[in-house]
Write a protein that binds this ligand. Structure first.
Ligand code: NAD
Length: 364
């Protein structure tokens, strides 16, 4: 029986820390907010430590906890595998899940190497022919202001795009004593700031402009090359010492990545991704300049979009702020009355909405 006929999408998730919590919140919420033809049921979560995964299942709302993702994939009462692990396991889990006839949602960056990414695309194309859908977790696309930005560009409201300017700035590893977590190890994360946060701005700019990067010129830097080994780590927090391993290890990824790019429609773009922008906690900004106007988005003002319309009378021109909370705005009719703002976690709920829609109704 298809998911649509059963009315239920049975979900299982691998990994249960930062993204695991964000995805769980979205799975819990999506059917309570959006009117969808199928209802997500949170069947099972997998991790490697039995006690921790069991506690996570209780806290996050999963019916069962399992310690082997392969056993999860082998079950025939699961329709979708949601991958919330570091990049070194994305390809293996995703390809196995697709081969087993599951829909797959995989966190970004998709894979750690081009070869892995190609194997995932190949598996996704084969699975698509059998009706199974795939999605990569670029949740920022699903912030209403960003979706509106893409709609305005597509409608030609800023004309021909000349410039794209994007930064994603964090500062959580400025302290050289911050431990050597998996995000600082090439064999686990693939790359550093480039893949972790640079991937988001690459995706956002391509999504907003519908132009693709055709060439780049770049510099990368690693400012702190040796760090203490971690005792505990999750998401962007960690500690060293406290009975954990002693000593230090080498940082094998970039701390900062900056590049210039040409886009397929003739625009030029600049990108900056760093975890050393002291004081900038999660500063994601994108600006697009076109022949008839400009659009700018700042994640710290997530409900707003700045729009400069050069077709307005000269005396009235200027950047204006659109408060993106109207029912006419993307995703917003399902939420609160106009002016009642939403937050970071809503982008994940929108991601699950779009995935369920794709599985039930077929759009890419
Ligand atoms: N979309 C976003 O905005 C966003 C934000 C943060 C992280 N991410 C991505 O999400 C993924 C996870 O990042 P995170 O911050 O949640 O990391 P995290 O360290 O907080 O959590 C990773 C989880 O994966 C588990 N895990 C690790 N290796 C495993 C394995 N081999 N088998 C089973 N479980 C395993 C860990 O136990 C933990 O539960 C990464 O790909 C990261 O780039 C995306």
């Amino acid at each position: 029986m298809s998911v649509r006929d059963s009315g239920e999408l049975r979900v299982a998730m691998v990994g249960y820390a930062f993204m695991g919590a964000a995805h769980s919140q979205a799975w819990r919420t999506v059917n309570r907010v959006f009117d969808l033809p199928v209802r997500a049921r949170m069947v099972a979560v997998a991790g490697r430590d039995a006690a921790k995964v069991s506690a996570a299942a209780d806290q996050l709302g999963w019916q069962e906890a399992m310690t082997d993702w392969r056993a999860l994939i082998a079950r025939d009462d699961i329709d979708v595998i949601d991958i919330c692990t570091p990049g070194d396991s994305h390809a293996e889990i995703a390809v196995a899940a697709l081969a087993a006839g599951k829909h797959v949602l995989c966190e970004k960056p998709l894979a750690n190497t081009v070869t892995e990414a190609e194997s995932m695309v190949e598996a996704a194309v084969a699975a698509r022919a059998k009706g199974f859908r795939t999605m990569c977790g670029y949740n920022y696309r699903r912030v209403p202001a960003v979706a509106l930005m893409a709609d305005l560009v597509a409608a030609g409201r800023i004309g021909r795009i000349r410039h794209v300017r994007a930064v994603y700035l964090q500062d959580w590893i400025v302290n050289p004593q911050f431990p050597l977590v998996w995000r600082l190890q090439r064999e686990r994360a693939g790359s550093g700031a480039l893949g972790d946060i640079g991937a988001h701005i690459v995706d956002l700019t391509q999504f907003v402009t519908r132009q693709f990067i055709t060439g780049v010129s770049s510099v990368t830097a690693t400012f702190v090359t040796e760090r203490p080994l971690p005792a505990e780590a999750s998401g962007l927090s960690a500690s060293a010492g406290n009975g954990g391993p002693s000593g230090t290890g080498p940082v094998t990824v970039d701390d900062a990545a900056l590049f210039l790019a040409r886009l397929s429609g003739g625009a030029v773009a600049t990108y900056e991704a760093t975890r050393f922008a002291t004081g900038r906690k999660n500063a994601l900004r994108v600006e697009v300049n076109g022949s008839q106007g400009s659009l700018a988005f700042d994640l710290e003002r997530l409900n707003e979009l700045e729009f400069y319309d050069a077709t307005q009378p000269e005396a009235e021109q200027g950047f204006r702020r659109i408060l993106v909370t109207e029912p006419a705005h993307p995703y917003m009719s399902a939420w609160w009355p106009p002016g009642h703002i939403i937050g970071y976690e809503h982008s994940f709920t929108h991601q699950m909405r779009d995935l369920i829609d794709a599985i039930a109704n077929g759009p890419d």
